[in-house]
Design a protein around this ligand. Structure first.
Ligand SMILES: [Zn+2]
Ligand SMILES: [Zn+2]
Length: 256
């Protein structure tokens, strides 16, 4: 792989490894571009930062990456970003807070659809049709902000209901992404952990809609960047559905 834009660090409290360890692993694996998109912070009253960077941890993340970007500039190109949920009531305040930092891009990773409460993960089976619709509505609203450069694991939501229902709603998501020119990510972590995604039903829809796609490692430990097998599986999936993963990502300016 030439580039990966989905890299975490220990700063989100549920990944392991330092920025430097991820960079060294990426160089060893032959990457030319490495984008960090650790789970960003949120400006939400009484928020539980158990799996997120706290606001006071953001400066350390940015400063560390800026220094490493310079140090490793002859070996690899480093980009600085965040993975964020779209929490409508808190999005503006969060972006306003992040404005002071030198970062380049956001990716949209919608794991929760409860506007910042983070109680029920969308991968959790059981909530059915209602959860799917709410997930799709939330992701579309996130896409429409124009702040995100791509949608991480758009197929993260668990759904074992009616195929036609799934198709109807996921087609809405795929069309919104296409209209906004936002790529959809085929996620290596899902492959690695045998999760409910990548979901072939979803990628069939993306093929029919004609979405642009990108492969993301979603690295939560440095070693995974050396795992070629999971990338190969994502490439195979993309070929099977006539999708052609982008080599490089064009950033949307989150501060614009
Ligand atoms: Zn994570
Ligand atoms: Zn991620």
């Amino acid at each position: 792989m030439f580039a990966n834009y989905h890299t975490h660090t220990a700063r989100c409290h549920h990944a392991v490894g330092t920025e430097r360890q991820y960079i060294e692993a990426a160089i060893q694996a032959g990457y030319k571009v490495l984008g960090f998109a650790d789970h960003g912070t949120y400006i939400i009253d009484n928020f539980n930062y158990r799996i997120r960077m706290r606001p006071d941890e953001v400066a350390g993340y940015i400063d560390t990456l800026k220094a490493l970007r310079e140090e490793y500039k002859n070996d690899i190109r480093i980009h600085i970003g965040f993975e964020l949920e779209y929490y409508p009531s808190h999005f503006d305040k969060t972006l306003e807070f992040l404005k002071q930092f030198d970062y380049e891009y956001l990716i949209l990773g919608q794991h929760y659809i409860d506007d910042g409460l983070e109680r029920t993960h969308v991968m959790k089976p059981g909530s059915g049709d209602e959860m799917l619709v709410k997930y799709v509505d939330t992701v579309i609203a996130g896409i429409k902000t124009g702040k995100f450069s791509y949608v991480a694991h758009p197929d993260v939501v668990f759904f074992d209901g009616d195929d036609a229902f799934y198709k109807t709603h996921m087609t809405r998501l795929c069309r919104a992404a296409k209209e906004e020119g936002i790529p959809l990510e085929i996620n290596c972590l899902g492959v690695h952990e045998g999760r409910c995604y990548p979901n072939e039903k979803f990628w069939k829809i993306a093929r029919d809609v004609g979405n642009s796609v990108i492969i993301g490692v979603d690295a939560h430990n440095p070693q995974i960047l050396l795992n070629r097998d999971i990338v190969r599986k994502c490439e195979e999936l993309s070929r099977r559905f006539d999708l052609f993963p982008l080599r490089e990502l064009k950033f949307r300016d989150p501060k614009a």
